[in-house]
Design a protein around this ligand. Structure first.
Ligand code: SF4
Length: 250
C-alpha cells in the first residue's frame, strides 16, 4: 500500500514533472461549456494518471486546514457511497471546479472527443459500472437500478473557444505523453494502478481510515444504504477520519 510519507516524497520528486504536465495541458484548446447545468458532467471522479493524482495531493496539502478537513471528508464520503449517492466530484462546488488549474486531462478533454469516441468512452464507463453492480450482487447486495448514479450521455455542448478543433488522434497522443510521465515513479505508478485502481478517493479513504477499515466500511455503508436507506455507519466512519494520518507535518 502507499504511505503518506511515500506520497510526500513522491510529490517532491514530481515537481519538474508537474511543469511538464501543464505544458501538455496547454496543447489542448480552451473550451466553453454551453449547457445550462455547468458541473453536471462532474458526477464522478475523472480518470487520472499517478502524476495527476500527486498534483491533487499537493493541492490538498496546500489547502488551509479547515478546508482540507472538509475536502478529505468529501473524498472519503465519495469513496464510501459511490455508486449510489449523487455527490459529484469532491472538488465540485456550486457548479464550479475547485481545482481548475490542476483539473485532469480527462476533465479538459471532455467534450473535445468526437461524438463517436465520446459515446464509446461513456459506454465503456457504463459497462464498468454494470460489472461493479454484479460484483456487489455476488456479495449479497442488490443495487436497484434506480439507486445507481447514471452516467449521463456524452455532452455535445462543449465548443473550442479558439475555433480550432482537435482530433481524437491528437488527444490520444497528448494523453499518451502525460501517461508516460508516470514512468519517473514507476513503482508508485504500479501501486496506484493495481492496488488503488487509479481511484484517488480510495487512496484518500485508505490513508484517512486505514485500508481494511475503508474497504470493510464501504461494504457496510453500501449495505445499510441499500437495505435500510439509513447512513449511521457512514456518519460513524466519517467521524473517525484523522487528518494527521495523512499530513503529519502540519
Ligand atoms: S476536477 Fe473539476 S472539472 Fe474535473 S470532475 Fe472535478 S470538478 Fe469537474
Amino acid at each position: 500500500m502507499i504511505s503518506p510519507t511515500e506520497l510526500q516524497a513522491a510529490v517532491q520528486k514530481a515537481q519538474p514533472i508537474f511543469e511538464k504536465i501543464q505544458r501538455f495541458y496547454q496543447k489542448l484548446p480552451s473550451t466553453a461549456c454551453n449547457c445550462e447545468k455547468p458541473g453536471s458532467c462532474c458526477a464522478f471522479l475523472p480518470e487520472m494518471t499517478l502524476m495527476e493524482a500527486l498534483q491533487w495531493f499537493q493541492v490538498m496539502h496546500q489547502t488551509p486546514e479547515t478546508e482540507r478537513v472538509k475536502l478529505l471528508r468529501k473524498f472519503v464520503e465519495f469513496y464510501l457511497t459511490n455508486p449510489i449517492r449523487h455527490m459529484g466530484c469532491p472538488f465540485l462546488s456550486k457548479g464550479h471546479c475547485g481545482i481548475y488549474e490542476f483539473r485532469t486531462f480527462a476533465c479538459r478533454a471532455y467534450g473535445l472527443w468526437s461524438d463517436k469516441m465520446g459515446q464509446a468512452r461513456t459506454q465503456e464507463s457504463r459497462d464498468g459500472k454494470q460489472i461493479l453492480v454484479e460484483m456487489w450482487q455476488r456479495y449479497g447486495i442488490d443495487m436497484k437500478p434506480d439507486k445507481i448514479v447514471a452516467e449521463m450521455d456524452y455532452c455535445d455542448q462543449v465548443t473550442c473557444q479558439s475555433g480550432a478543433n482537435i482530433t481524437d488522434e491528437q488527444l490520444m497522443v497528448i494523453l499518451e505523453e502525460i501517461y508516460l510521465l508516470d514512468q519517473a515513479l514507476a513503482d508508485l505508478q504500479t501501486k496506484f494502478e493495481n492496488e488503488y485502481y487509479s481511484d484517488f478517493s480510495y487512496l484518500m479513504a485508505s490513508l484517512a481510515l486505514g485500508t481494511k477499515k475503508a474497504v470493510l466500511g464501504k461494504f457496510a455503508v453500501i449495505k445499510q444504504l441499500c437495505q435500510e436507506g439509513t447512513d449511521s455507519r457512514l456518519s460513524n466512519l466519517l467521524a473517525q477520519i484523522k487528518l494527521d494520518r495523512i499530513f503529519p507535518a502540519d
